[in-house]
Write a protein that binds this ligand. Sequence first.
Ligand code: ATP
Ligand code: MG
Length: 267
Amino acid sequence: MARVIAICNAKGGVGKTTTAVNLGGYLALHGKKTLLIDFDPQANASSALGHNTLVDTPTIYHGILGEHSPSSLIKSSDVHGLSYIPSGSHLSGALVELVNVPEREYCLRKFIAGIRHNYDYILIDLPPSLSLLVVNGLVAADEVLIPVQAEYYSLEGLGQLLQTIDLVRKNLRHPLGVAGAVLTMYDRRERLSREVGRNLREHFPHYVYSVEIPKSIALAEAPSFAKPVLLHDPQSIGAVAYKRLALEIMGQENHNQINPGFGNFNL
Ligand SMILES: Nc1ncnc2c1ncn2[C@@H]1O[C@H](COP(=O)(O)OP(=O)(O)OP(=O)(O)O)[C@@H](O)[C@H]1O
Ligand SMILES: [Mg+2]
C-alpha cells in the first residue's frame, strides 16, 4: 500500500515541483514503484517529465470529476518505475466547480483510493496556495513534505501551513502526518542560508531532513530537457542530494509519522 506524500508550501517557487520530480525519480531508481500526481494547474511537474501540456489531453482534473478512470490518466515517464498523472490549466476551474459538490475536500482522496495499492509511493505536487486544491491534496495524503527555501522570508508562512494541517486533522478528521521539512536552494557558503537552516532546525516542531538540497544548475535546467536530473546530470550536486533525500525518506518507512500537537510555531 502506497505511502501518499503531499509536497506542500503555500509559498511559490520554493522547490516543490523540483522536489516532486527528482524525489520521484530517485524513489523509482531505488525500486519503489512511484506515481507522481501533478495537482497544480501550472502543470510544471507534467512538463518536467516530458508531457506536452499544449495538447489537450485528459488530466487529473477529469479524474477528480469522475470523467476519466485513473488507469486512463496514468502515463509512464522516462524513468523506469516512475509514472505520473498530468495536470492542466483547467484544474484551476475545479476550485469553483467543486464548491457545491458534497465532500468536496475528498475528491482527490477518493480518486487515489482505487490505485494506492498499486504503488509504493504516491507523490502529490501541490500549487502555491492554501486553496481547496491544496486541502484536497492534504486530505488525500498520509504525510506532508515541506520544501523550505533557504531565504529570508521562508520561515514566515510555515506556521500558517502547520495550522492548515492542524485544521485538516481536526475538522476533516484526517490523521495527517508531517514527514518533514527539507531545505532547498541551500548554499552553505552563504550566511543567510546557514541562518535559515539553523532557525528551521531549532524551531520547526517536526523532522528536518539532514540532507540540504543545494543550489544546482543541473536541477534548474533539467526541466528544459523534460527529464528528472537523474537522467540529465546524475553526477551533479543536486542529483546526489535528491538521491540522499530519497534514501532518507525510505528510511522513515517503518516509523510512525503521525505527530499531532503543534500550532504555536512562530518565528
Ligand atoms: N535546488 C535548486 N537549485 C537551483 N534551482 C532550483 C532548485 N530548486 C528549484 N530551482 C528552480 O527554482 C524555480 C522554482 O522551483 P520549483 O518550480 O520547483 O518551485 P515550486 O515551489 O514548485 O514553485 P510553484 O510554487 O510555482 O509551484 C524553478 O525555476 C526551478 O528550476
Ligand atoms: Mg510547482
